[in-house]
Design a protein around this ligand. Structure first.
Ligand SMILES: C[S@@+](CC[C@H](N)C(=O)[O-])C[C@H]1O[C@@H](n2cnc3c(N)ncnc32)[C@H](O)[C@@H]1O
Length: 280
C-alpha cells in the first residue's frame, strides 16, 4: 500500500469513530511517528510501519490522545516526551512562557523554579531559550517527574536544571534557604464541581492530579505559591502563574493582598484571562 492510501483509510476510520479533525490528526500522527517521508503519497509503506499504524489506529479510535499514542508533544517549538501519567502541554502555557521571555532580556542571569512542572515544558522551554539561566523543576507525581527528567536529558539541560519531587502544598517545596528571581507555576485549577464540563478525552486519559482542585478552595495552590514566594523569591523577583480564567481576578487580588506589586493579568489567544504575574 502507498502512504496516501493508508492516510485516507485512517482518516476515514477516525471520522467514523467520531474523532474531531481526523485529517489534521492523521497528518500530525504520521509526521511525528514516521517523519516527513510519510507525506510522499506515492511511495510504498514498509511492512513494519503498517503494523505500527494498525496498532496506533486502534488506540486513537478508543479516544487515546495522539500525544500519548506517539509519545511526542510539541511545546514552544521543542519536541517533548509525554505519556500516560503526565499532562499534555497546552498552547496557552506557551503564551505564559512567551510573556516571561519578553520581560527578561536575552542574556540576563537568573535563577528560576517551575513548580508543578509536569512534563517540564515550562522549565525546559525557558532553559532552552535562556542558556544563562539555571532552574529547579518540581512536581509531586513520580510519573510526571519521570517525564521531566526524560525531557531534561533529551534537551541536554542537565547542567542547568535540577528536578525535585515535592509537594507545593507542604510549605517545603524548595530547598531551605535557596533564593530565586522567578517562580513560575501552572498548577491544577479545575474545581471538582466543574469536572463534568471537562472534555471526555481529557477526563478519561489525562492525570486528574494535574487538573483537579477541591471545590472548597479553588485558590489553594495560589495561596501555597504565595507562601513559597515569601520564602524563596528575592525582593523584586517575579511570580508568574497560569490560572482558570474564572478565577484570574481572584488570583490577582490574592497577590495584591499578599503584598505583590505590579500585578497584571494576561489574556490568552482566546481572549480569556489566563495568566497573572506580580512582583515581590
Ligand atoms: C496543570 S499541570 C501542569 C504541568 C506542566 N507545568 C504544564 O504546564 O503542562 C499541574 C502539575 O502539578 C502537579 N501537582 C499536582 N499537585 C501537586 C502538588 N501538591 N505539589 C506539586 N505538584 C503537584 C501535577 O502532577 C501536574 O504535573
Amino acid at each position: 500500500m502507498k502512504w496516501a492510501e493508508v492516510r485516507s483509510a485512517c482518516e476515514a476510520e477516525l471520522k467514523k469513530a467520531g474523532i474531531e479533525q481526523p485529517g489534521r490528526v492523521v497528518l500530525d500522527w504520521f509526521d511525528d511517528e514516521f517523519g516527513l517521508a510519510s507525506r510522499k503519497g506515492d511511495e510504498q509503506i514498509p511492512k513494519a510501519n503498517l503494523v505500527t499504524i494498525n496498532e496506533q489506529l486502534e488506540r486513537l479510535i478508543l479516544g487515546e490522545p495522539l500525544a500519548y499514542v506517539t509519545g511526542i508533544s510539541h511545546f514552544y517549538g521543542y519536541e517533548l516526551e509525554v505519556g500516560e501519567g503526565v499532562l499534555i502541554p497546552r498552547p496557552e502555557t506557551e503564551e505564559l512562557v512567551r510573556w516571561i521571555l519578553e520581560a527578561f532580556p536575552k542574556h540576563s542571569k537568573l535563577r528560576y523554579a517551575d513548580l508543578c512542572t509536569g512534563s517540564g515544558c515550562i522549565a525546559a522551554a525557558l532553559g532552552l531559550q535562556r542558556l544563562t539561566w539555571t532552574g529547579v523543576a518540581v512536581d509531586i507525581s513520580p510519573h510526571a517527574i519521570a517525564f521531566t527528567e526524560a525531557n531534561i536529558r533529551k534537551h541536554d539541560l542537565g547542567d542547568l536544571l535540577t528536578v525535585r519531587q515535592a509537594d507545593v502544598l507542604s510549605g517545603e517545596v524548595l530547598p531551605k534557604g535557596e533564593q530565586f528571581d522567578l517562580l513560575v507555576s501552572n498548577p491544577p485549577y479545575i474545581p471538582d464541581g466543574d469536572w463534568d464540563r471537562v472534555q471526555k478525552s481529557v477526563a478519561d486519559w489525562e492525570p486528574h492530579i494535574a487538573l483537579k482542585v477541591e471545590n472548597t478552595d479553588p485558590l489553594l495552590f495560589y495561596k501555597a505559591l504565595c507562601v513559597s514566594a515569601k520564602q524563596h523569591l528575592c525582593k523584586g523577583g517575579w511570580l508568574y502563574v497560569e490560572c482558570n480564567d474564572v478565577y484570574a481576578k481572584d488570583v490577582a487580588h490574592l497577590l495584591r493582598g499578599e503584598g505583590f506589586s505590579e500585578v497584571e493579568i494576561f489574556m490568552d489567544m482566546q481572549g480569556k484571562e489566563r495568566h497573572v504575574r506580580g512582583r515581590r
